[in-house]
Design a protein around this ligand. Structure first.
Ligand code: SME
Length: 160
């Protein structure tokens, strides 16, 4: 079993082990941040109309608690319904800064029947910290979360 299989199994177990759907999102971000040293900031945004609203996260508070679709790397990934990896955020004009230390970012849409429910957003203080194995593992986590977020329905989004 590779390192990423172990991380996926631990995240899946933390989601499975939490009956409450909102707490399952919390458990997933906490487990990801704890298991992967390069994951400095881990959060989930939930789609509310045309905006992404920040849900559970681990790391420094972000100024971007609401992001319109199409803005930032988060908004781009939701609009494209595809994972985006940015090796150096300082060279991506879409980037909305959260922390001065952040160097790279991955945003993974959470899709249910082709609809965007939200996304997993992870920042790293290391340049080019994210690759194909992160993408595959996080897309599997997103699929697990999609079931739980869909179960919450419109209540998934709590205003901040
Ligand atoms: N960097 C993101 C904004 C969210 S913060 O990283 C938490 C973006 O460009 O969309």
């Amino acid at each position: 079993m590779g390192r990423y299989d172990v991380v996926l199994e631990r995240v899946a177990a933390s989601i499975r082990g939490t009956a409450d759907d909102r707490a399952a999102m919390e458990a997933a971000v906490q487990t990801l941040e704890r298991e992967v040293p390069d994951y400095t900031w881990v959060g989930i945004y939930l789609l509310d109309g045309n905006e992404l609203v920040l849900g559970p996260f681990v790391g420094k508070p972000s100024p971007h608690t609401r992001i319109p679709l199409g803005r930032g790397i988060c908004g781009a990934a939701a609009a494209e319904k595809a994972t985006i990896i940015v090796d150096d955020v300082n060279h991506d004009p879409r980037y909305l800064a959260c922390s001065i230390e952040t160097r790279s970012e991955i945003v993974v849409p959470i899709l249910h029947d082709g609809d965007v429910l939200g996304e997993i957003d992870i920042d790293s203080d290391r340049r080019a910290a994210f690759g194909a194995r992160d993408k595959a593992m996080l897309e599997a986590v997103a699929a697990l979360l999609a079931v739980r977020i869909h179960a919450l329905g419109p209540d998934a989004v709590t205003q901040t």
